[in-house]
Write a protein that binds this ligand. Sequence first.
Ligand SMILES: [Zn+2]
Length: 177
Amino acid sequence: MGEWTGGHMSESPAIAELKTALLAAVPLLAVDPAKKVLTTRPDGSRHDAGLAMDIMLDSRDIAEKAQADEIIEAVVTLHAKMKWSDILYTDRNGPKPSFFHIPGAPPFGGPNGMLKKNPNHNVKLGQAHINHIHIDWWTGSPTTLPPSSRTTGFKASLVSELQKPPKWLTDYMKTVP
Ligand SMILES: [Zn+2]
């Protein structure tokens, strides 16, 4: 694809720390990390640059989708500490998929604004993100790693965010006498 021409890179510090945090906090991923958390690969994409991660949680599976939504909520909450660039995933209305992305830094953006779900009208790209969340620290350079990809120090906050009881549970607990 030629998105990245700077040679095959290992995981950037931000990607490596995100992976450590997810494996510490999310049992659904930790059961099979090699299949569930995919990072760098020699394909000429932003993954090749060590700047991207695919979190294999399928939007068609109720449990995986719920876990995926929690992860997305947590990383949006912590964006100021993490400085990621973009997220791609899929919401569902019954069988009907709705493709979205969440811009976090230029060059990404959308009509709903940064850190909000924006429609992804590229159907092929959308369909490629039905079975996983994509998150990256990509900022568009084919040969230079962005300073944001060296962002670290967010692991403890992210683990604690991911281990908070979900809102539906805290709401439910309030109704129990
Ligand atoms: Zn990806």
